[in-house]
Write a protein that binds this ligand. Structure first.
Ligand SMILES: NC(=O)c1ccc[n+]([C@@H]2O[C@H](COP(=O)([O-])OP(=O)(O)OC[C@H]3O[C@@H](n4cnc5c(N)ncnc54)[C@H](O)[C@@H]3O)[C@@H](O)[C@H]2O)c1
Length: 310
């Protein structure tokens, strides 16, 4: 019987000789053997983190509400040779997150890294946004991070070498019109995480804490997002696709580099660096830039010739 062909990259990656991009690995990887939990791992940055960690020898517990996307992430991680557990978990479900944390610890004996990554976005000026839409963003993007942190922190402390990584956004550094709920959730993640950084240090717990601020990353987040009535979905997607210069794989590399270096604040992409600088240098002065961008956008629309009716 013919033996199934084996991708040499996967074999080398599995052996720890090469990383997923085929670069030589020179020393024992710091993530090798570490147990990493990733929420929202069925797509985008979460999937890229899972695959990178899989290549680096980590043991994975991945979760998402998207069963199909999650299955694909788990399949790809298994192909690389990683031990991977997958669970369909909604991060807004506090009890489910708590049970999940106990189950993961029981299966793997410890939890070293938690990536609170699951998130959604919503676009709409406050006057046009429903309470349901605003609450959903806060529930997933803020309370999801709180539930993950509360559920897994005891395991991270007990591991003796834990790392909590919460994903905020460049919109956790500066605000933008039409993103009030998202801004609120991501600013809240930042405040929450910075408080825990201090608590862990003050208590002498062996847990490092990082808050991650990605700029626009080329994922499906905007395409799968909701908009308030009256918003131009297509134009929003188009603008996002133009702005999103960072690939999820690159975001994962930057995040894991920051985690390994023990950085408390991890900026992902040149736009996140710019947002950070604008917030520091201009206080609220950056708001004029958004006003200018809005004005130019409207002006450009007015100048576009109307499409001919067929
Ligand atoms: N893509 C960007 O430009 C960008 C920028 C800044 C911050 N972020 C943040 O990065 C994180 C990952 O986003 P992404 O861009 O990879 O998006 P994505 O849409 O590609 O992936 C997000 C994943 O979260 C999952 N998810 C959504 N709600 C969930 C819930 N209640 N419970 C469990 N899983 C849930 C989705 O099913 C999806 O698989 C989010 O927190 C997002 O806010 C993204």
């Amino acid at each position: 019987m013919a033996r199934p062909s084996v991708n040499p990259l996967v074999t080398a990656c599995r052996a720890g000789l090469l990383d997923r991009r085929g670069h030589a690995r020179l020393s024992q990887d710091p993530f090798s053997g570490r147990v990493a939990v990733i929420t929202g791992a069925g797509s985008g940055i979460g999937r890229a983190l899972a695959l990178d960690l899989a290549c680096r020898g980590a043991v994975l517990a991945v979760s998402d509400i998207d069963v199909v996307g999650l299955g694909e992430t788990a399949r790809q991680c298994s192909t690389i040779g990683a031990t991977v557990r997958k669970d369909t978990i909604d991060v807004t479900d506090r009890d489910a997150m708590s049970t999940y944390a106990n189950d993961v610890a029981a299966q793997f004996g410890q939890v070293n890294l938690l990536f609170n990554n699951a998130g959604i976005i919503f676009t709409g000026d406050i006057a046009q946004s429903s309470y349901d839409d605003l609450e959903r963003v806060i529930d997933v993007d803020f309370w999801g991070v709180v539930h993950g942190t509360k559920a897994f922190l005891p395991q991270l402390i007990a591991s003796g070498a834990g790392h909590l990584i919460n994903i905020s956004s460049a919109y956790g550094l500066i605000s933008a019109p039409s993103y009030s709920a998202y801004n609120a959730a991501k600013f809240a993640v930042r405040g929450f995480t910075e408080a825990i950084q201090q608590e862990m240090k003050a208590a002498g717990h062996p847990v490092q804490v990082s808050c991650v601020y990605p700029g626009a990353v080329r994922t499906l987040i905007m395409r799968t997002s909701k908009c308030a009535d009256g918003q131009d979905h297509a134009a929003i997607h188009e603008l996002f696709d133009k702005m999103a210069r960072t690939a999820p794989e690159q975001a994962a590399v930057t995040i894991l580099r920051g985690v390994h270096a023990g950085k408390g604040r991890i900026l992902v992409g040149p736009d996140a660096l710019a947002a950070d600088m604008l917030a520091r240098l201009t206080a609220t002065g950056y708001q004029q830039l958004f006003q200018l961008a809005r004005y130019l956008n409207e002006h450009q629309k007015d100048r576009k010739p109307a499409r001919k009716e067929r």
